[in-house]
Write a protein that binds this ligand. Structure first.
Ligand code: 13P
Length: 280
């Protein structure tokens, strides 16, 4: 069933576990994630990058995500990832999103607060919770990392914006890390304490060692974003099938191993986040 961001994050908070949030790109990645969620009885988030929203791919896959959520027996949130402006937010709300992220992390603090609060107000009028970002989470290819999220600034940000959950910069980055990242677990704990236990979000989930993810969840991470790993699993499944002797070129058959590969990855992340068996 389709549920809001605040509902699904609330489940994680109440149970002390973490919701895996998978970036999806097409019907097949959605199918792989949903099959895993159903099998493991796990609540999951399906999220889309703003590029897909701008380029209309989102227009086509939103109904697929919503159909998958409606058919699923487990809670599913359909979420905008890294929304840069109201444009993408409004499109996603119109297309049925039940969660929204607004990313003002490259703006000066007060501008980030103002943009985020504005989006929180818009989304509140249709009952949709919002994820904010404080401390810009860049790419593994960036030369340097911005300053990590400051606990006192996070407290002020949460108080002023009323976000449902907050994405933080604690040594994480998007993409495949060149070496295992050092995640500042003490900082996660400090941000949690300073923000009255606001649910925190760890972006860049592909390639963070499992033990580190588990420590981060213990410290207060309630949403783990996984994007690159979804792409790699899908590409590997499709490539292996392409090279397999005797394979069919009928697209539905040809795509089956790619769906299966995404499902396998999703099952691993569900296990890692402790979300299996948590569907109510
Ligand atoms: P990865 O692609 O590194 O898994 O990050 C995904 C993410 O954080 C999406 O916002």
């Amino acid at each position: 069933m389709l549920v809001t961001l605040q509902k699904i994050i609330g489940m994680a908070e109440a149970g002390g576990f973490c919701i895996p949030a998978f970036n999806v790109y097409n019907a097949e990645t959605i199918m792989g994630v949903i099959e895993a969620a159903e099998e493991a009885k796990a609540p999951v988030i399906l999220q889309v990058y703003p590029r897909l929203v701008r380029e209309d791919i989102g227009y086509y896959i939103a109904p697929v995500a919503l159909a998958a959520a409606a058919k699923a027996t487990v809670p599913v949130c359909f979420h905008l990832d890294h929304g840069p402006s109201e444009h993408e937010v409004q499109r996603m709300l119109r297309w049925g999103a039940s969660g929204v992220m607004i990313d003002g992390s490259t703006l000066p603090f007060e501008e980030n607060v103002a943009l985020t609060r504005h989006i929180v107000d818009i989304c509140a009028s249709v009952g949709v919770g919002v994820e904010g970002e404080l401390g810009h989470i860049g790419s593994v290819n960036d030369d340097t990392m911005e300053e990590f999220t400051d606990p006192a600034a996070a407290a002020e940000f949460v108080e002023k914006t009323k976000v449902t959950c907050l994405a933080v910069l604690v040594g994480n980055a998007h993409g495949h890390y060149k070496k295992p990242p050092e995640i500042d677990i003490d900082r996660i704990k400090a941000i949690r304490a300073a923000t009255n236990n606001t649910p925190l979000v760890l972006h860049g989930g592909s390639g963070i060692p499992d033990e580190t993810v588990m420590c981060a969840i213990k410290a207060g991470i309630r949403k783990l974003n996984v994007g690159t790993d979804v792409c790699c699993a899908f590409a590997k499944g499709a490539t292996e099938e392409l090279n397999r002797e005797g394979r069919s070129i009928a697209i539905d058959l040809f795509m089956k191993p790619a769906i299966e590969a995404v499902k396998k990855l999703a099952l691993e992340k569900i296990k890692l986040t402790g979300s299996g068996g948590r569907a109510e």
